[in-house]
Design a protein around this ligand. Structure first.
Ligand code: FAD
Ligand code: A2P
Length: 276
């Protein structure tokens, strides 16, 4: 038997072990030393509503999946899934997740849930997206969702971070919408982008709560003050931010809704851990 036929008779090498619910990383971009975004293949069976979140992760050291909640930052029509992530230096998941490369696998449990969905709001004229930090992620999905522009006359994206560099993912995403063949025309004239910083000088500054209560954002954008008749809001940030924004929205007369009972605003945690 020559060497060639010996090779062809040899048993196949063991298949590369795959993770349960594995998806392959197709792109990774680092925005700052604390923030990155990445895209993965989409399970054929996964259906979700723009704004929902899923559990994703990696295999832990014990061989058990180490999973965390992540908002899907891409819209429901996209062939792939996008995520926008923090890098917590000693975080069990993100200390490792931040090193993923194209071709690597992550675990994705295909059970989307969440309250930041159109169905949880009563019809209105203007929709406010209020986010700090990675709380932008669900709105990165909803800003690319045609239904958003079909349902509302105006969409206002307020995003606040400490420094300008932390706004860059959102800024580039908003900029790209005008060129998007699916929603470019829908977005024109409807989307108001209002990014602010709080700890670094920039063209627009201040906390979202302050810019709402002082009326500055309404004056800057030429919009009336939020009222329960016409305005709807979706909120995503730290527990403290969510708590304080809720108080502001309630002071304007809005009520919190849920999937089971649509109202004038809905809230989701961007993460847990800052205690309140
Ligand atoms: P963890 O042990 O989970 O967190 C350690 C500490 O880091 C926390 O106590 C908190 O103080 C801080 N922290 C965690 N996440 C963040 C964050 N996003 N921003 C600022 N500080 C944080 N994270 C994302 O990066 N992108 C998302 O789209 C996202 N969506 C989420 C949706 C929901 C509904 C929830 C509940 C959480 C979401 N998170 C998101 C947070 C995410 O689940 C993890 O907490 C995060 O990935 C860090 O995981 P870790 O294991 O490294 O650290
Ligand atoms: P500030 O710099 O004034 O604290 P963090 O990085 O701490 O998660 O904060 C992200 C952004 O959210 C920062 O610009 C921060 O402003 C702002 N922020 C934090 N807590 C609140 C809150 N309770 N209300 C409004 N904005 C907040």
């Amino acid at each position: 038997m020559n060497e060639k036929s010996a090779m062809s008779d040899a048993p196949l090498p063991p298949a590369k072990p795959t993770l349960p619910d594995a998806q392959t990383v197709t792109a990774v971009k680092h925005w700052t030393d604390r923030l990155f975004s990445f895209r993965v293949t989409r399970p054929k069976s996964l259906r979700f509503r723009s704004g929902e979140f899923v559990m994703i992760g990696l295999l832990g050291e014990t061989g058990k999946p180490l999973l965390r909640a992540y908002s899907i930052a891409s819209p429901a029509w996209d062939d792939e899934l996008e995520f926008y992530s923090i890098k917590v230096p000693d975080g069990p998941l993100t200390s490792r997740l931040q090193h993923i490369k194209v071709g690597d696998e992550i675990i994705l449990r295909p059970k989307p849930v969440g309250t930041l969905v159109h169905d949880a709001l009563l019809p209105g004229k203007r929709l406010w997206f209020l986010a700090t930090g990675t709380g932008l992620a669900p709105f990165a999905s909803l800003m690319r969702e045609p239904e958003t522009y079909e349902k509302y006359d105006s969409i206002i994206m307020m995003h606040t971070c400490r420094e300008s560099a932390e706004l860059e993912y959102g800024r580039q995403l908003v900029e790209s919408l005008a060129e998007d063949p699916l929603i470019g025309d829908l977005v024109a004239g409807k989307l108001h982008y209002y990014p602010t910083t709080t700890r670094e000088p920039s063209p627009r500054m201040g906390r979202i709560t302050d810019n709402l209560t002082s009326g500055k954002v309404f004056a800057d954008l030429g919009l009336p003050q939020i009222d329960p008749e016409d305005d709807r809001a979706m909120v995503c940030g730290s527990l403290a931010f969510n708590h304080d924004v809720k108080a502001v929205l309630e002071s304007f007369g809005l009520h919190e809704g849920a999937n089971s009972e649509p109202q004038e605003y809905v809230v989701e945690k961007a993460f847990v851990g800052d205690g309140i």
